[in-house]
Design a protein around this ligand. Structure first.
Ligand SMILES: C[S@@+](CC[C@H](N)C(=O)[O-])C[C@H]1O[C@@H](n2cnc3c(N)ncnc32)[C@H](O)[C@@H]1O
Length: 388
């Protein structure tokens, strides 16, 4: 049904600079674009907007589309230009399907679940563990035992059962926190692909000790960035500088080969736009390792009510730059499931793990549009196994 794509005018070539295959694939995998559907220029720009670097590029794309007459290709994707009811429309084919992606959610202690996941199967791991804030956390310790009639299925169809080996409260002292993290971080290293990345989110109290532990597990050469997420919310101290930032460490499994999609960075406003000229000011600049971003607004629609929920904006930026469409993202301290929401929005698969039934209930509801596959969890009121 598509017209020949041999005719490529000068205008076509200019257009291809604005919309590329990656951006179209992003939008298709995120469920924002479908094959065999006719889009107006405005609808296409809307579908692609979240993946475009700036509002200025969106404006340019719209004006290019509005004057476009010839069919053209973007990699494997064909775009035909047709007239429907006298109006110009764009028909797309060759887009990847969003149904190839999945969201898997595991209920249980991550130290029990992680060994059942396949080595080298995630391009990105983001984790935001409890911050060792001084509150005791009650935990049930579990171990996984191979058992042909077990309820958990691991790699190559092997079955496992989980055994409770006691209950412990997670004492909030430095030694215990590192002891808690270490085996989980070793699992993270095993689960990453050879070119994969770990993003480790922590606050100022533990960041330095965690950096030393991560250096031991990943190697100092693998440390790429300390990202500071700065926010400006809540009470201010009169006795010291108020702490208004978290730290996110980026480790690349292979520091010589890793994903860093510079062109996928969102743009931020210049501090002094008057000094850079109108075009640059409208385009904005790329972020540095200090990310200013509001916390999840207390009355915003993003808010789930889960106490430690992180903003989608932070996860979107990490996923856009450090993964490609179709990649797999793991978060084994999942909380409200922010990582999976951002991953699926951007056309990536996601695996979540959490030991708290309240987290699972939020995740199940929040990810409902993506049809999550739940493991070890039957319904919000009837969890099928005990977590820590
Ligand atoms: C800081 S919260 C994560 C918040 C999340 N980033 C979000 O945006 O909602 C940490 C989560 O880790 C979970 N957790 C703590 N220990 C765990 C364990 N051993 N296994 C699995 N989940 C655990 C807690 O239940 C909690 O939901």
């Amino acid at each position: 049904m598509f017209a020949s794509v041999d005719v490529v005018s000068a205008r076509d070539t200019r257009y291809k600079r604005l919309v590329n295959e990656q951006i179209l694939m992003h939008a298709a995998l995120a469920g924002r674009l479908q094959n065999e559907r006719a889009y107006s220029a405005v609808e296409l720009v809307e579908a692609l907007a979240v993946f475009m670097p700036s509002a200025l590029e969106c404006k340019r794309l719209k004006s290019e589309l509005q004057s476009h007459r010839n069919p053209f290709t973007c990699g494997d994707i064909d775009i035909d230009v047709v007239r429907l009811d006298g109006r110009r429309r764009f028909l797309l084919s060759g887009l990847p399907s969003a149904s190839a992606l999945e969201v898997a959610v595991h209920y249980g202690d991550n130290l029990t679940v992680l060994p059942t996941l396949r080595t080298g199967s995630y391009e990105l791991i983001y984790i935001d563990p409890p911050f060792n804030t001084g509150y005791d956390q009650q935990r049930t310790r579990l171990r996984t035992v191979e058992d042909s009639s077990g309820d958990r299925v691991g790699f190559a169809g092997k079955r496992y059962r989980t055994e409770e080996i006691g209950s412990s409260s997670f004492a909030d002292s430095f030694d215990n926190f590192m002891g808690f993290l270490e085996p989980r971080l070793r699992e993270a290293h095993r689960l990453l692909t050879d070119e994969g990345a770990l993003f480790f989110h922590i606050d100022y109290r533990e960041a330095h000790y965690c950096k030393v532990l991560l250096d031991q597990i990943f190697g100092r050469d693998s440390f790429m960035n300390e990202i500071v997420w700065a926010y400006d919310y809540g009470a201010r101290s009169k006795k010291r500088w108020s702490a208004k930032h978290d730290v996110i460490f980026w480790y690349a499994k292979n520091p010589k080969q890793y994903t860093f999609n510079h062109q996928a960075m969102d743009r931020i406003p210049y501090m002094a736009p008057g000094l850079v000229g109108a075009e640059k000011a409208a385009k904005g600049k790329t972020p540095t390792d200090v990310w200013w971003h509001t916390i999840v607004p207390t009355a915003g629609k993003e808010r789930t009510g889960y106490p430690t929920q992180k903003p989608l904006g932070i996860l979107r930026r990490i996923i856009a730059v450090h993964t490609n469409p179709g990649d797999r993202v793991l978060d084994f301290f999942a909380g409200s499931g922010t990582t999976a929401v951002a991953a699926r929005e951007m056309g990536r698969s996601a695996t979540l793990v959490d030991a708290n039934p309240e987290a699972l209930a939020v995740i199940e509801q929040r990810l409902e549009p993506y049809g999550p596959i739940m493991h070890g969890w039957d319904s919000p009121s009837q969890p099928s196994q005990q977590g820590g």
